[in-house]
Design a protein around this ligand. Sequence first.
Ligand SMILES: Nc1ncnc2c1ncn2[C@@H]1O[C@H](COP(=O)(O)OP(=O)(O)OP(=O)(O)O)[C@@H](O)[C@H]1O
Length: 308
Amino acid sequence: MNDVLLSASGLTKTFGDFTAVDGIDVQVTRGESFGFLGPNGAGKSSTMKMVAATSPPTGGDLRIFGLDPVTDGAAVRARLGNCPQQDNLDEEITVEENLHVYGRYFGLPRKVIRERTDELLDFAQLTERRKDKVEPLSGGMKRRLTIARSLINNPEILLLDEPTTGLDPQARHVLWDRLFRLKRQGVTLIITTHYMDEAEQLCDRLVVMDHGRIVAEGSPRSLIQTHSTREVLELRLPVDDHLHAADLVEGIGERVEALPDRLLVYTDHGDGTLEAVHARGLQPVSSIVRRSSLEDVFLHLTGRTLVD
Ligand SMILES: Nc1ncnc2c1ncn2[C@@H]1O[C@H](COP(=O)(O)OP(=O)(O)OP(=O)(O)O)[C@@H](O)[C@H]1O
């Protein structure tokens, strides 16, 4: 039997006249790594705050661990780890004191807090920095500390709102590695991101969100198979504006998307498609063939790119 930890039906959040989350249906089962992928403003954070039991829904039904986060907020929060978009560490105290304070907040015995702190500092690769103040740590270290802190109560679900936004590539990879470890330990991860590579790396299953609605759902692989071709030929032609250049490659490949700086020709055989472009007498300034990604899925479904 699937152990459903999160169940939302018609979940809605309005701010005055504005609808940020527009009647979404989502289920997450224990052990899954589940993602909300969408551009800024899609409604991901608003959804996460409702799931974190910190912002009440304005419509629909939401159950976490079978509980109502409005009436059973404290019970829900005790079983969740919550990493909000902005790190909210206490910068004036040390790394380990940040964990101690959180442990006390959850009412854990001192001995348990000490043991968990040692484990979590090791997990976050921060043992050597345990006596240092938080303020001078790098962005990646602060993020890892935020995650370590949110694990102090041994949560069944870890909520991660844009976990790697603002981090450099190396720091992102370190963080992804830590999140993989948690996933292997059986922690259910719920992640929001506007990075398609992060969604592909971390999520077993995800929903694509746009303007508060879910526009597609599935594993990264199944979404790509359903909504894109195997490969994409990216072309830069000697024209000023690619937005009006799609007709130059009309009939080549299965579908063409025109972006301001390039054409994306969707095809199952990129190299053959490039030959067809050359056979038409076109001389691209540059061309690459790559695998289809979730970015292509988003573009196909919404006509827009994930990151502007
Ligand atoms: N407290 C609020 N009052 C009014 N509008 C809000 C409030 N919080 C969010 N919104 C609006 O709701 C929409 C969705 O915001 P939300 O933060 O959920 O999106 P997001 O997908 O998480 O994007 P981001 O990554 O930028 O946070 C946005 O248009 C935002 O301006």
